[in-house]
Design a protein around this ligand. Sequence first.
Ligand SMILES: NC(=O)c1ccc[n+]([C@@H]2O[C@H](COP(=O)([O-])OP(=O)(O)OC[C@H]3O[C@@H](n4cnc5c(N)ncnc54)[C@H](O)[C@@H]3O)[C@@H](O)[C@H]2O)c1
Length: 325
Amino acid sequence: MSTYAVTGVAGFIGSSVAEQLLSEGHSVIGIDNLNDAYDVRLKCWRLERMQHCSRMRFHRADVSDRKQVEAVFEENGPVDAVLNLAARAGVRASVENPHAYVETNVTGTLNLLDACRTRGIGKFVLASTSSVYGSCNTPPYREDDVTDRPCSPYAATKKAAEALCHSYHHLYGIDVTVLRYFSVYGPAGRPDMSPFRFVQWISEGRPVTVYGDGTQLRDFTYVTDVARGTVASAGLKGWQVLNLGGGCPVPLHELIGAVEQEVGRRAIIVRQPGHAADPRATHADYGRAQEQLSWEPLVPFREGVRNIVAWYQANRDWARTIVTD
Ligand SMILES: NC(=O)c1ccc[n+]([C@@H]2O[C@H](COP(=O)([O-])OP(=O)(O)OC[C@H]3O[C@@H](n4cnc5c(N)ncnc54)[C@H](O)[C@@H]3O)[C@@H](O)[C@H]2O)c1
């Protein structure tokens, strides 16, 4: 059994990755600063699900603070791999607050890579994003498409983190897997993303704000599928860049239709102009992940939406008060 440092462990995807590792019998050193980029109750809810496990050790620490990162690694014994999922993650919010994105996504990644260098940790996994493909490629996106024209500070910081990872692989021989996730969705998701919002808004009879005409395509990928691919990727050697995406994009209005059916209520749609930082489409070619990890998405879109609605209904007393606009 191995020991993994998982950053962003209270986050939507990081918590699912940690749960998968714990269920396989591994130990997890979980790191998160529990910032208030969105409602902290969601982060605490996810953490509580793992607290019972003695193989999970949680540290409230900021990855952008080098001393705090060093202290966490100093306090724990040897680590087999670092899975870096901590990030400032919203595309539109990065336009408003780009400095916070550089601190966590770039400096934070550098601090963790450097901890690997100084402590001889041989494996690093970076959670990157389909946003690095910008708007200059033809979907489905492949890993060797153009990624040097990011359309948001968020995408730019993730591209910078990927580049730092490559330099640490090149200089110090650290095995690195860069995973580009595509529109991850599932229960207890991020309240700044459309699946959470649409479920809350339609359930509560609130207006559903749609940016653009609703035909934009999103390659929704279920969170446990992403977690499974992330854990599997920790076993890869050398330098690898892999898309983890559902491969079957749906227009946003289809997501709204699916939520309407599961909730049993019609949406009151309010249209707003599209945002220049939002991609027109996300669509993965996941052939490389299939080849390297035997990975493929398993959870069908409708089942994923049903699971979100079921989670929302079970947690409605507090989930309805989460700020989503
Ligand atoms: N959700 C998606 O659709 C998606 C798509 C592409 C890529 N990603 C990437 O996947 C990763 C996880 O995303 P998520 O959706 O779970 O987001 P999330 O915001 O739910 O999780 C990120 C976690 O990192 C923590 N964090 C942020 N800054 C930190 C810091 N300085 N120090 C320590 N912890 C910090 C936050 O508190 C949060 O719990 C991110 O790297 C994100 O960029 C997500």
